[in-house]
Design a protein around this ligand. Structure first.
Ligand code: MG
Ligand code: ZN
Length: 532
């Protein structure tokens, strides 16, 4: 027993010494989080890259293929928080940021609700620069978990104050509404008019604050340059706070279609990441940067397959950019993972549209047709999924709901769906989507999220949608699922472990190629940051 202890102790010490001797080249740590990007989501991206006849992914090679081709490692990681099975983004982000178990919906706290120093705060203490980039809004759960300490993710006004106090050098995202005083809601106020000039019309000006604090002014006093559009971001020098939307930034389909427009004022996730890297590399001591592709999760909550693919492509191009930046830099560790899986998504075979029999040249098929019993899916469906022109959210909230009431009919909904997506629905299907209360498959329940739940006991099992106020998107998904060759099992998160990719010096990336829990992943990332 004593011998064991001594040996274990020795090997522990030896390991430590090894890391110290050889692993100290790591100066920069970049953590990229695909919110809701479980293995199912990555599977869609990889299938689309390799099998879609007209894939937009160059050489059919995703950033994930690249990480592995270029010598990276891959692991798998469980995401559950303290005491429960399934995580939300706040608890998961917190576990990544602190390396400690968190309670559900907490921000930067341990399971008992005490604040815990995050990887970003530790990086600042060691003299490194730090940055947060997200395509949702800055005070949303994932970025918040790295630079705030609050009992609940919904306390976004307090989170904004925390973030400013912690003071990452670069913060780029949406969510202006939590940074401006409540007085801005009066359009005649001086502060509104000043802000209108400052933002040059790029961002809707409305506050969610319930006090008079002008966090933009406070940021300026702390030495931040402010940016509200692409040009301002590009021109900025040094510490930078960029808020490019009232709430969330534009969705992936909108980005795809506006990317090359000269009028575009809002930067993409890739452009924000590039700017962050530019600012952060000015510090010789290195940096910690968290980049979030946050809307993979939102698309998956809505079971919007086409939108989810566009969100994944946005993450993919960002990771590609970061890999280009990091190539030949042994001093930089890039980690790509998700905070959890969303939607219980899958590409699935079915008994619909069965294949017709055909001849095959192989000798086993002499005198016999090749006619599988099921429809295993034509890869061309992936191009049809990509061809979606509008998110389900915009389709309902932005289009359908803005029609005059008497025009909000099943016929009109079917028309919209058939105009903006490649998966047509009939008027009867549209009627079923709109008449959710009358659908006999639906009964009301309650979820742990405090929202109402509508479980559907259909032919493929339970189907949970946690927004009863508007589950039309999920119901549309249900109607087109067979044609899309996909299944969605839920409108919430699942406990399916997520994949972890890492690339850096051999010593720095090695720990990530394992079966992990996100608290471990967080600790390894912290070790890499602290390892001077
Ligand atoms: Mg998030
Ligand atoms: Zn989510």
């Amino acid at each position: 027993m004593l011998v064991c202890l001594i040996i274990t102790g020795c090997s522990g010490l030896h390991e430590r010494a090894t890391v110290k001797d050889h692993g100290n080249q790591t100066r920069n740590v970049i953590l990229i989080v695909g919110d809701g990007m479980g293995p199912e989501q990555l599977g869609l991206l990889l299938s689309y890259a390799r099998q879609a006849p007209d894939t937009v992914i160059g050489e059919r090679r995703t950033a994930f293929d690249r990480i592995m081709d270029e010598g990276g490692v891959m692991g798998i990681s469980l995401t559950y928080p303290s005491g429960v099975l399934v995580t939300d983004s706040a608890a998961s982000g917190t576990q990544l940021a602190t390396g400690k178990f968190a309670g559900s919906e907490m921000i930067g706290a341990d399971k008992d609700g005490n604040p815990v120093e995050t990887i970003l705060e530790k990086a600042i203490k060691t003299g490194k620069s730090t940055g947060l980039v997200s395509d949702t809004r800055l005070t949303h759960a994932t970025p918040a978990a790295f630079a705030a300490h609050q009992a609940h993710r919904d306390m976004e006004n307090d989170i904004a104050v925390d973030m400013l106090n912690v003071g990452p050098d670069v913060m780029l995202s949406g969510g202006l509404r939590h940074w401006i005083p409540q007085e801005t809601n009066d359009k005649d106020s001086a502060v509104y008019q000043k802000l209108e000039q400052l933002t040059q019309g790029a961002v809707k000006i409305k506050s969610k604050r319930t006090d008079s604090r002008n966090l933009l002014e406070e940021a300026r006093e702390k030495g931040y340059a402010l940016a509200f559009n692409r040009a301002q971001m590009d021109a900025a020098q040094g510490k930078l706070l960029g808020l490019f939307a009232y709430s969330a930034m534009p969705d992936g389909i909108t980005v795809t279609h506006s990317q090359d427009s000269p009028d575009r004022t809002i930067p993409t996730l890739k452009e924000m990441s590039a700017k962050a890297l530019q600012v952060l590399t000015e510090n010789d001591k290195g940096f910690f940067l968290m980049i979030e592709a946050g809307m993979i999760d939102w698309a998956a909550h809505n079971n919007d397959t086409g939108l989810m693919l566009h969100e994944l492509l946005r993450l993919n191009e960002t990771v590609d950019y970061v890999l280009d930046w990091a190539s030949d830099r042994e001093d930089s560790l890039v980690i790509v993972t998700a905070d959890h899986t969303t939607g219980g998504f899958g590409i699935s075979y079915s008994a619909n549209d069965l294949p017709v029999g055909r001849q095959l040249p192989g000798i086993l098929f002499k005198g016999r047709e090749f006619k599988p019993n099921y429809n295993f899916g034509n890869p061309a469906v992936l191009d049809k999924i990509y061809s979606q022109k509008m998110s389900y959210y915009e389709l309902f909230r932005g289009q359908f709901d803005r029609l005059p009431k008497d025009q909000q009919t099943p016929a009109r909904l079917a028309e919209l769906v058939n105009q903006y997506t490649a998966f047509a629905i009939s008027e009867a299907q549209a009627a079923a989507i709109l008449a959710t209360e009358e659908n006999p498959y639906y009964t009301e329940g309650h979820s742990s999220l405090g929202d109402k739940v509508v479980p559907k006991m259909g032919p493929t099992g339970a189907f949970f949608v946690y927004q009863t106020d508007d589950n039309r998107q999920n119901l549309l998904a249900r109607e087109v699922a067979a044609d899309q060759m996909v299944v969605w099992n839920t409108g919430s998160h699942t406990a399916t472990p997520v994949l972890v990719f890492a690339k850096g010096s051999p010593e720095a990336m090695a720990p990530f190629g394992n079966v992990l829990h996100h608290t471990q992943l967080g600790r390894y990332a912290i070790e890499a940051v602290m390892n001077q």
